[in-house]
Design a protein around this ligand. Structure first.
Ligand code: GDP
Length: 324
């Protein structure tokens, strides 16, 4: 029986990864902050089959608790570690993001040192991001596209990516980075535009509200389905060789497309409900962030299972059912 450790187990990806690994028969350990441990336990356990509860183990150790991480690695044997946790300040002012850079780099470094000290055979996955490309010069991006991050979050992810590469090359650890593009699901936080739209479409359909305010409707993203992306993480860690992979759909859709699919699913016309509020308009890069998933498709045989419209419709349905 394999044992995995997940940092960031309380997030969207942490949940789907936990579900995936438990279904494969893993023992799953998760790091959570001391505050709210009981709440986290209850929320996670609510959606996990009762027979798997005894296979899930939560540890109240925050990622800046270096001795705590060391103690955990010296006491428990892990086959795989998924480092998903990160502070995610993506604002433009770099000075405001100092804490993000520091936290994200030091937590990745803590894990790598603990791993190389106590469990050099444990395989480590690092959650990279399309933010590492920042304002790319070419499109679509792949594993050879230059990394040009433009915010604190992107810089911290590039640093983590290089730390992983160095430990792989210099210490022979099995370290991989997944460069993941946006991925969504019914568990996505409503601050992100797909969930903001599906939740609003569901609320408007129920008559709870009438309007939805958005920013740039022409903004485009490469939006994938979160459960597909956690499968990719596991495939990367169980492959014969450690390597880095772009995980993306290779397709761009606009915020307008998203509105069209979500609202028409509930029999409404988005034009009757959506208003543009300049407060939500952001500067968009000239070159689009869209990934080329050829490497992971040909090397690991990964393929996505959901089309963009199917994913959005699933999210609207989930929101309708929660609101009911
Ligand atoms: P991220 O910017 O890739 O982290 O993901 P978001 O879901 O926050 O935004 C995706 C795109 O939707 C960006 O280009 C935003 O400018 C655009 N967008 C348009 N209206 C909104 C809005 O009301 N909220 C958010 N979050 N994004 C919006």
């Amino acid at each position: 029986m394999k044992t995995a450790l997940i940092t960031g187990i309380t997030g969207q990806d942490g949940f789907y990864l936990t579900e995936h690994l438990l279904a494969l028969g893993y023992q799953v350990h998760g790091l959570v902050r001391q505050t709210g441990l009981e709440h986290v336990k209850n929320t996670l356990l609510r959606d996990i089959p009762p027979e798997a509860h005894s296979h899930l183990h939560l540890h109240a150790i925050s990622l800046d608790n270096f001795p705590g991480i060391y103690r955990l690695f010296s006491a428990t044997h892990f086959n795989e570690c998924y480092h998903l946790a990160a502070s995610s300040f993506v604002g433009e002012r770099l000075a405001d993001g100092l804490q993000t850079i520091q936290n994200n780099i030091s937590s990745t470094q803590y894990l790598l040192t603990a791993l190389s000290e106590f469990q050099p055979a444990c395989r480590l996955y690092f959650a990279g991001s399309s933010e590492m490309f920042g304002r790319p010069e070419s499109s679509p991006q792949d594993e050879s596209t230059p990394l040009m991050p433009r915010n604190a979050y992107g810089i911290s992810k590039v640093a983590g990516f290089h730390l992983m590469r160095c430990y792989r090359e210099a210490h022979n650890l099995f370290c991989t980075t997944g460069i993941l593009y946006n991925h969504e699901s019914p568990r996505r936080r409503p601050e992100f535009v797909p969930r903001k739209i599906t939740l609003a479409a569901a609320r408007i359909a129920r008559g709870d509200t009438r309007k939805l305010e958005l920013g740039n409707l022409d903004a485009q993203r490469d939006w994938g389905y979160a459960p597909d992306y956690v499968r990719a993480m596991h495939m990367m860690l169980t492959h014969a060789q450690p390597d880095d992979y772009v995980v993306a759909t290779g397709k761009l859709h606009s915020v307008r497309d998203l509105c069209e699919i979500a609202f028409s699913h509930v029999g409404l016309s988005w034009q009757d409900h959506v208003q543009v509020n300049p407060q939500f308009i952001r500067e968009e890069p000239a070159t689009q962030l869209v990934g080329n998933p050829s490497k992971i498709e040909s090397t690991l045989g990964w393929h996505r299972t959901r089309s963009f419209p199917d994913m959005i419709q699933e999210m609207v349905e989930a929101d309708l059912s929660t609101l009911r």
